[in-house]
Design a protein around this ligand. Structure first.
Ligand code: SF4
Length: 456
């Protein structure tokens, strides 16, 4: 089991020296959303006013290399709500899992809950499980229920409303499951649901029908054995996406057992992990984990990011460790009403991701899972965001906007209208500024030339 990630580790990648320097020199730049941000009532706390923060900074100096950062807003939160927890313990990912906030009483101790939030917990009926790591809780605004990060993890009563077109499993993953915990929709790749457990539950989760149901249900040996046997017997599968739940909540040994078995299958060329752990539990990205992961290349990782306020020094350090281990990182972001549905918010997120070596990969239209209408935007909003990015920023910062088609149709990309039509042999194209250009379409020209020669 991974314990004590601040313990000396001579193989710790050195990629974060600059971050520590910046943190030590300019700690105010790293204040979390608990202490800054639009619409937040709390004011930025000057360092000398934060109780015991100087002591925390001193601790960071002691543990700065090797070790894990702790941004000042989070440090203030730890001092206030976990005053007897040493930094070393706070940075132990298993301590973070044990100390998750899992009920309304614990949540009330750290947030002023709105009437609607309180009623959401009282409401009976099927609910998405509730849990937040102490680290992620430290990023939530105590006073503002509309704060974007708070909206992603704290339930509202609207979760209990079923709207037209919504379903428990709108993508019909179960229909494409030859076995429990394995989805085989596309010919050459499978989705391996390694666990149903997440460290922090998102209120808009596509797999809300299964997450948090029973930790052992998906990670039991029987399920894995059968799923691996299916892949072994299916030579068309060249790509395995390990997801869940969150596979990075598994112990190193369990995850390695799975990676090893998959890597041994000759026709599996490519492994991927889908996770939100680097965002909600960055302490999990330990040197021992990255050393283990790099044995199973080519291994790629898709990380679920939602908002630029998630881009803390801790997340920076986690992604740097993964990137330094040679793991190509991509982001997946769900478009969420009132949370990230602005061009500027997305631009900030995607620019921030590139700085920590995460390539914005997919922007998803929110799936119509039960009780998610308050999260969904019109599709035009997604197109507006792509239109506001394409041409105005680095191409790497522009993800592909997709709808995962209800009924199991798979991902369908959506683009603003850049092709206006055809004039004669030329295509009429509109650029990002709205200017129209002609492009001589080679195929059409060839066909036209053929017609001319056959007439002559
Ligand atoms: S981390 Fe992923 S699987 Fe877990 S609750 Fe969030 S969206 Fe669902």
């Amino acid at each position: 089991m991974d314990k004590g990630i601040l313990d000396a580790d001579p193989l710790e990648p050195p990629g974060h020296g600059h971050l520590f320097e910046d943190f030590i020199e300019n700690p105010a730049r790293h204040l979390s959303t608990a202490t800054k941000g639009p619409g937040v009532k709390l004011k930025a706390i000057p360092l000398n006013k934060v109780p015991a923060l100087k002591k925390t900074v001193a601790l960071h100096k002691v543990s700065r290399f090797p070790g894990f950062v702790c941004n000042p807003g989070t440090a203030a939160f730890r001092n206030k709500y976990f005053p007897h927890t040493p930094l070393k313990e706070w940075n132990d990912w298993q301590w973070q899992l044990r100390q998750r906030i899992t009920d309304v009483h614990e949540l009330r101790a750290i947030l002023y809950l709105s009437e609607d939030e309180r009623r959401a917990f009282a409401d009976t009926g099927k609910k998405i499980p509730f849990a937040i790591t102490p680290y992620f809780a430290s990023l939530l605004d105590r006073d503002n229920p509309s704060q974007p990060l708070r909206r992603t993890v704290v339930p509202l009563t609207k979760e209990h409303l079923l709207s037209p077109g919504e379903a428990e499993d709108p993508l019909e993953e179960e229909h494409d499951s030859p076995l429990p915990g394995l989805v085989h929709r596309y010919p050459d790749r499978v989705l391996f649901l390694a666990t149903d457990f997440c460290s922090t539950y998102c209120r808009y989760c596509t797999r809300s029908r299964m997450v948090g149901a029973n930790r052992d249900a998906c990670s039991g040996r029987n399920h894995w054995d059968e799923a691996v046997a299916y892949i072994e017997a299916t030579p068309s599968v060249r790509d395995v996406l390990i997801s869940g739940g969150d596979p990075l909540t598994l112990a190193d040994e369990s995850l390695e057992r799975l990676l090893m078995r998959l890597r041994r299958i000759p026709h599996v060329e490519f492994l991927r992990i889908g996770t939100k752990v680097p965002v909600v539990l960055p302490q999990r990205i330990t040197p021992s984990l990255t050393r283990m992961l790099k044995k199973y290349h080519p291994l790629w990782m898709s990380i679920h990011f939602t908002h630029p306020d998630e881009l803390t020094p801790e997340v920076n350090q986690a992604c740097t460790r993964l990137a330094d281990a040679g793991i190509p990182l991509g982001s997946q972001t769900v478009l969420l009403a009132g949370i990230n549905d602005h061009v500027e918010t997305m631009r900030k997120l995607f620019h921030g991701l590139l700085k920590i070596r995460v390539r914005p990969y997919y922007l998803y239209q929110c799936d119509p899972i039960s009780g998610s209408a308050h999260f969904r935007t019109p599709v035009e909003k997604g197109l507006e965001i792509i239109r506001g990015l394409r041409g105005y920023t680095t191409g790497y910062a522009v993800p592909t906007y997709v709808i995962d088609a209800p009924g199991g149709g798979g991902k369908i990309p959506l683009l603003p209208e850049y092709t206006l039509g055809q004039v004669g042999e030329d295509l009429l194209l509109r650029n990002y500024e709205g200017r129209v250009f002609r492009y001589p379409n080679p195929e059409e020209r060839l066909q036209a030339a053929d017609q001319r020669s056959s007439l002559s």
